[in-house]
Design a protein around this ligand. Sequence first.
Ligand code: HEC
Length: 245
Amino acid sequence: MKRLIAIVVCCWAGVALASSGGSALHPAGNSLSDTASLQRGARTFVNYCLSCHSAQYMRYNRMAEDLGLTEDMVVDNMLFTDKKVGDTMTVAMRGSDASQWFGNAPPDLSVVARARGTDWLYSFLTGFYADPKKPTGVNNIIFADTAMPHVLWELQGVQKMVTRFEETEEGEEHEVFDHFELATPGIQSELEYQRTVRDLVNFLEYMGEPAKLKRYHIGMWVLVYLVIFTLAAYLLKKEFWRDVH
Ligand code: HEC
């Protein structure tokens, strides 16, 4: 028992250390069971991301079915080119053109949430700031020198990085990130923009594993079944042993 407690304490300390270690990731706080959020995220994705990034494993009609959208809603709000609802989400831009324009080709985003994690995505999409030295005019706190422009600037506005000086152990001063300040406001307030990004990250997580939604749903019924079954087993046991005692 003592050993068990020791192991649990060690693991806990490890987790605490890992989460306090240097990285400035903000928790995305998204929830796959929030269908309205997934629908808003899908809309933002199609409107703002699909022009450069593809999601080649996702079909429009699969998305419609999973997120409770009718095909008409998808056709009216999400299909901008000559695409059909049974098509996958690919882009017209050629990879070689994209590399030439941006320096790096925009990667396919189908499974980016699994590769990077939702907190990384949330921090990336809220982490653009003005940097006149960059060709896109912006830089990113999570993904330094990224070739991606701040495509949501209209919504968020443009934020400025505010730094402060910190002394190292050797007594040298160096500049570190302190906080962001909104230099030019966008259409959305800070809270609204955070929600937009949370919804978008939610959609990206769904896209990384669309079957997850179904699994959660089935999981609920399995739990209900187990509860009912446990109750039945208990009553049966009571019935069997009634005459013995
Ligand atoms: C104008 C084109 C363009 C648009 C629109 C765009 N991106 Fe990008 N994105 C890029 C490029 C280029 C890169 C590659 C950056 C690099 O490697 O330096 C990138 C990289 C990324 C990455 C990092 C992928 C990785 O793991 O390295 C993520 C995540 C991402 N984009 C998400 C989005 C989302 C979400 C949207 C919609 C809100 C979006 N992008 C819209 C051009 C674009």
